[in-house]
Design a binder for this molecule. Structure first.
Ligand code: NDP
Length: 257
């Protein structure tokens, strides 16, 4: 299905849970004998478990490199790229997935640390990672080649009450993505974005402040997307032949349509 992925080196941020974890599995399934995966997150113990589970499922041929990374820290991002083992250094695909959610605070009440953490991860982190891999891409012959896939959100297109910080952060990611794609027009660097609606992941624990009862109420009678649904679209986009840019994919469960 995705011949274009053979031999590629894929770096995923926020690979320790949810969509990032599923994306790691989905890439591994497409080309287990040649694809190389760099899994990053802050909770590195989880990444080791995921690497073990991937090898259990697809076999020992898949090459996995685990790196602890806080995307909001530009020094850590630079050190990660500079310090990758030789066989993983020439990154082809970045999945800019790491993301952080606030609760449903009304705008006047949002604490400073929430504003800082959401923007530092979702916006600054995305920009930090993109700048770092663009340098890697541009070292290649003929002006460079590579893919960046952003995790946007329906929240970046349509804000909801109680979502001012998260929605504005995803709108900023969308604007950054649009501008970057225009800057790189007519190059061999593809800038793509997958923008989901409701996906059932650990994200919702934060959103509902670990109030499971409240979360259950919101999801009662709904069939949200699974992280695997989103991962399939990410890997589909990355696997198209070089001249095909699956630029923006908006996807949501049918109850949100
Ligand atoms: P999860 O909470 O399951 O995963 C978030 C991931 O981001 C974790 O692996 C976490 O790892 C990582 N992360 C958070 N902060 C940082 C940081 N500062 N540096 C590095 N990694 C970090 O949520 P989802 O899988 O749902 O979210 C993934 C992406 O999808 C996000 O960008 C989110 O905005 C987007 N999205 C989610 C939707 C949903 O309904 N769930 C809908 C639309 C978009 P660790 O804590 O180990 O660092």
């Amino acid at each position: 299905m995705a011949k274009n992925l053979a031999g590629k080196i894929v770096l995923i941020t926020g690979a320790s849970s949810g969509i990032g974890r599923s994306t790691a599995f989905e890439f591994a399934r497409t080309s287990p004998s040649s694809l190389k995966l760099i899994l990053t997150a802050r909770r590195v113990d989880r990444l080791h478990d995921i690497a073990y589970q991937i090898r259990e499922e697809v076999g020992n041929d898949v090459r996995v490199c685990i790196q602890q990374l806080d995307v909001s820290n530009p020094d850590e991002v630079e050190a990660l790229i500079a310090g990758l083992p030789e066989e993983f250094r020439d990154v082809d695909i970045l999945v800019n997935n790491a993301g952080f959610m606030s609760g449903f605070e009304q705008a006047p009440d949002i604490p400073q640390d929430v504003i800082r953490d959401v923007w530092a991860t979702n916006v600054t982190g995305t920009i930090n990672m993109t700048q770092a891999v663009l340098k890697v891409f541009k070292k290649r012959p003929n002006g460079g080649r590579g893919d960046v896939i952003m995790l946007g959100s329906i929240a970046g297109r349509e804000a909801y009450a109680g979502g001012s910080i998260y929605c504005s952060s995803k709108a900023a990611v969308r604007a950054f993505t649009d501008a970057l794609r225009k800057e790189l027009i007519n190059t061999r660097i593809r800038i793509m974005s997958v923008d989901p609606g409701q996906v059932l992941t650990e994200f919702n624990n934060i959103r509902y402040r670990f109030d499971q009862e409240q979360a259950n109420k919101v999801y009662a009678g709904c069939d949200p997307l699974s992280p695997d649904d989103v991962a399939e679209v990410i890997v589909f986009a990355a696997g198209r032949r070089d001249n095909v840019v699956v630029a923006d994919t908006l996807m949501f469960p049918s109850h949100q349509a």
